[in-house]
Design a protein around this ligand. Structure first.
Ligand code: FES
Length: 220
């Protein structure tokens, strides 16, 4: 993983939108008085949803809101890789998993497509629409190789799938998310291979429970 630093070019200021501020207040109210700092992660996320990324002025604004030292919010923002510290694509933020199962199943091909179509990793595309990066395991290894694009998982991908997905986002479409093979979520391709007997689920295989002799109902 690369070193996480704030972007060199920063906006002059940041302001919470009305909607973001209302949601932030909702999170703050969840915690007891004096513990508002616990809302730092959800508020960083709200700010990222508002701006697309987390800027230095936004970090300062969050710290002021939660009465925290600036450095504490900066520490959180730079620690968690879900927080983007520089502007990302207006159409798609593509995070390709590069951990072993995905690498063994073709993540390198997906990254090549991203590199060819978007540019070097962690760089905004020339048109400002796309940004891609390699990330660590996203917990969907059984559907490898996969990528998280904006807020959703796209799984069982091939290079051709990734090309199509980029085309779709570029055209303003919403490509289908989830597995790209014949499976539901992380079930086997073509359907389940075990526990397929319907008796397992309709109750007909259940043995009647024998009442133990001389037992009294249990009371509290
Ligand atoms: S290795 Fe890619 S999701 Fe786990």
């Amino acid at each position: 993983m690369s070193v996480r630093r704030l972007a060199k070019v920063q906006p002059a200021s940041f302001a919470f939108s009305k909607e973001t501020r209302a949601k932030a207040d909702w999170w703050i109210a969840k915690y007891p008085a004096g513990r508002q700092q616990s809302a730092v992660i959800p508020i960083l996320w709200l700010v990222q949803k508002q701006e697309g990324w987390v800027s230095e002025p936004a970090i300062r604004a969050i710290a002021d809101l939660l009465d925290m030292p600036y450095i504490r919010v900066l520490e959180v923002a730079t620690f968690y890789t879900m927080f983007m510290l520089e502007p990302v694509g207006s159409a798609a933020l593509i995070q390709v998993c590069g951990t072993t199962p995905c690498m063994l199943r073709g993540a390198g091909d997906l990254m090549k497509v991203c590199k060819d179509r978007i540019g070097p990793k962690q760089t905004l595309s020339p048109d400002g629409k796309f940004y891609w990066e390699e990330v660590e395991c996203l917990g969907a290894c059984v559907n490898a190789p996969m990528a998280m694009i904006n807020d959703y998982y796209f799984e069982d991908l091939t290079a051709s799938d990734m090309n199509q997905i980029i085309d779709d986002f570029a055209a303003g479409k919403t490509p289908e998310r989830g597995p790209r093979v014949d499976r539901i979520n992380s079930a086997p391709e073509g359907g389940p291979l075990t526990l397929t007997d319907p008796k397992l689920y309709d109750g007909s295989a259940a043995k009647p429970i024998k009442k133990l002799p001389n037992t009294e109902p249990v009371t509290a």
